[in-house]
Structure formats: C-alpha cells, structure tokens
Design a protein around this ligand. Structure first.
Ligand SMILES: [Zn+2]
Length: 395
C-alpha cells in the first residue's frame, strides 16, 4: 500500500530538510505530501524550532511568469526556495513527493479582491478566506496554480480546497441548526446565480428562500433540527434551493475538470481531496452518522461525477473509530468506482488516535476496505511519540 506523511515547508525550514527527511524515511512511509501552496494558520508545533508557528497564505516556489502575467489574482509569495533541492533529497531516499496545493482558501487574496469571495443570500461578503469556485478569475487562478505546481516535477498535485466551504462564523449568539448554517453558507454571487440559472434553476427564488428562512431565524425563529440531507432540505427550503445545491456541484465538477486537464498537460496528475470527513470529524474525531461520501454535495463535491475526471481521490478520515474509517473508505470506493484509487488521511494522534494500536487498527481498516494509500497528517503538528506510531501501523 502506498503512503505519505504530510509536511509543511515551515517545518522543513525550521528543522532542516535533511534531518526531517531522514526521520520521514525512518517512519517507513513511501513519500511526503508537501505544502507547495498553503493557507494561513497558527499552529502548535511540538518539535519545531518554534513551538508556535505562524504560517501565511502563499505559494512556496517561484511563480512561472508566463502563467500569471495576465491574471489579477496572483498568490502571495511564500518561501520561494522551499523546493530548491527538495525533490533530489527525497529521491535520494527513495521518497515520492506530492505537491499539496490549497486552491480557493486564501484570505490574503480575498481581502485584496473581495469581489472574488463568496457572497451570501443577504449580499454579505463575510468570508475573504473563501474564493468562489464560480468566479471566472478564480477559475483562471486555479488553473495557473495547478500548472505551476505540476511544473515542480512532483509525482502528483494534491488538490485541496477546490470546492465551496462550510459556514465558519467566529461568534454567533443566535443558535443555528445544521440546515440554517448550510443555507447561510451558500454563495449567491452573480456567477453562481448565472450558472444555476443556466441549468434551469430559479436562482432568485432560491436566494429569497434562504434569506427568508435565515432572516426568520435571526429574528427569533427556532433553528431547524436534524442533519442536512437533500430530503430534509427539500422539506425545509423547497426545491429551488435543492436545485441550487445541485448546480453548485456542476460548478465544482467543471472547475476540477479544467484543473485536472491543466495538470495532465504539464505531465503530472491530480489527486482530488474531498474534505467532508474533516468537516464532520475535525473537532473531536466523532463524525455524525452519515458517511462522508454521501455528504460531499454540501460543499459542491460530487464524487460520482468527479470519478469520470480522475483516477485518485483523498478522503480525510478524521475519526477515532477504525470501523468508521473503513466504512468511509468503502463508501467512497462505491461512489467513485472500485477501479479508482482512494487515499485515506489519518491523524496519528490527538484527537483521533490515542494509541499505536488504534492507529494500526485504522490503517488495517482502510487497507481492508480497499484504500490505495494511507497518508498521515502531519509531521510538524504531531509530537515525536505520536509520529513513532507510524512504522508500527504500517508494518
Ligand atoms: Zn459564488
């Protein structure tokens, strides 16, 4: 079974490439998935040179001038020397290198160009971190970014954030049910609405329904009970909103198609990351009962449609329970087809894995369910004792 360890460039810089790669090799993984383009974050880094590490939105390589010369959206420059000698150092150790690329999550670009960020049913652009997948300039940006990472010579371009994102308000003293949060996250920018209209959806009615329901909630209506399903959504918000949700999937699928073509034209291949399992289990490793493969549509991710475009998918199996990991992998393979490859990302420590045995059980569960690979997240975020569980789990 294939495998990799996620590594971020700040961790390589802090500890030194040779030292980190020697450790990675010792874990017995087949490669690294390195953050070529990453988003801002502030991370506790247990064994890093800094114990609190600030990461910035940025591309960690020199941008090819020909790809971005005509574009308004250009990624901020990160550590542009991060890939200098990295591929050679990996290959000298027999390690593959996958280029993790965060596409539409970029608060720096969204703050500079608010018009390309998502706009909710009230007309608010409250999420500069979330670039809209329907915006033509965002789509051009994604294609150029994909080409750039492919040109680094990586074994694959691992596409993260190539979809819509869920609502993440920092403070709300109004209780929101899952369905209300879903409605409030929907983008109703001109481009999303036009794409939905092209598919025969009454986008204006969908927006009005969202504003009516969420507006009522903000004025004191009780939040909706229960998880988001298409049936529940139909009953709660009506067929126009459900049709609008379907149009979002078409928007994402066509964007992924463009990006996959761009990567292939540079001689590499795209791996699509479906983050639904992380949305469900990120906080505590206790995802809600519906398997991730069946909830991806809420982010515009349609695994069945995407399976026509690419061979390889990554699911974020953020769960404590090994059976749940196996079930998520199995359901995903059923959606994309048994001839497709599914990689499962596991967190080797808190909050998903409290022991080496638990991690081992999850690796075995993923493998038994037909996973092509397991990846571990992430080198800089996990302590040494937690990372030391990996060779045991892979044996
Ligand atoms: Zn939009």
């Amino acid at each position: 079974m294939d495998s990799s360890l996620y590594v971020l460039v700040e961790d390589l810089r802090g500890e030194g490439v040779e030292k980190v790669l020697d450790r990675v090799r010792g874990y017995g993984v087949a490669g690294i998935t390195v953050g070529a383009v990453h988003h801002e974050s502030r991370d506790i880094t247990p064994h890093g040179l800094s114990k609190l590490t600030l990461r910035h939105d940025g591309a960690h390589f020199d941008l090819p001038g020909d790809l971005f010369a005509e574009l308004r959206l250009v990624p901020p420059a990160g550590y542009t020397d991060a890939f200098d000698g990295l591929l050679d150092a990996c290959r000298a150790r027999g390690l593959k290198v996958h280029g993790r690329t965060v596409f539409l999550r970029n608060g720096t670009l969204g703050a500079q160009h608010p018009d390309v960020s998502v706009r909710n049913c009230f007309g608010d652009r409250g999420f500069p971190t979330d670039l809209c997948p329907a915006h033509p300039e965002v789509r051009q940006y994604a294609v150029a970014l994909a080409r750039s990472v492919a040109r680094l010579g990586v074994d694959s371009v691992v596409a993260e954030g190539l979809h819509y994102r869920p609502l993440k308000a920092e403070r709300s003293f109004v209780p929101l049910g899952p369905m209300d949060a879903y409605l409030m996250a929907l983008c109703f920018c001109d481009f999303c609405m036009a794409r939905a209209s092209d598919l025969g959806v009454d986008a204006g009615m969908a927006r009005e329904e969202c504003a009516r329901i969420v507006g009522g909630l903000l004025e004191g209506d009780a939040p909706a009970e229960g998880e988001v399903t298409r049936a529940a959504l139909t009953a709660y918000a009506g067929p126009d909103v459900v049709g609008y949700a379907r149009a979002r999937c078409a928007t994402v699928t066509s964007l992924v198609s463009q990006v996959a073509d761009a990567v292939a034209s540079e001689g590499s291949r795209l791996v699509f990351v479906d983050p639904t399992g992380a949305v469900k289990g990120y906080r505590d490793g206790l995802p809600s009962p519906v398997l991730a493969a069946y909830d991806g549509w809420q982010l515009g991710v349609d695994p069945v449609a995407l399976s026509d475009l690419m061979l390889s998918f990554t699911v974020l199996a953020y769960a404590r329970d090994a059976t749940r990991v196996a079930d998520d992998v199995d359901a995903y393979l059923r959606s994309v087809g048994k001839d497709r490859q599914v990689r499962a990302v596991l967190r080797p420590g808190y909050p998903d894995s409290d022991s080496a045995d638990r991690l081992t059980a999850k690796v075995h569960g993923a493998r038994a369910a037909g996973a092509h690979a397991v990846d571990f997240y992430a080198y800089g975020l996990a302590s040494h004792p937690v990372l030391d569980r990996i060779p045991h789990a892979l044996s």
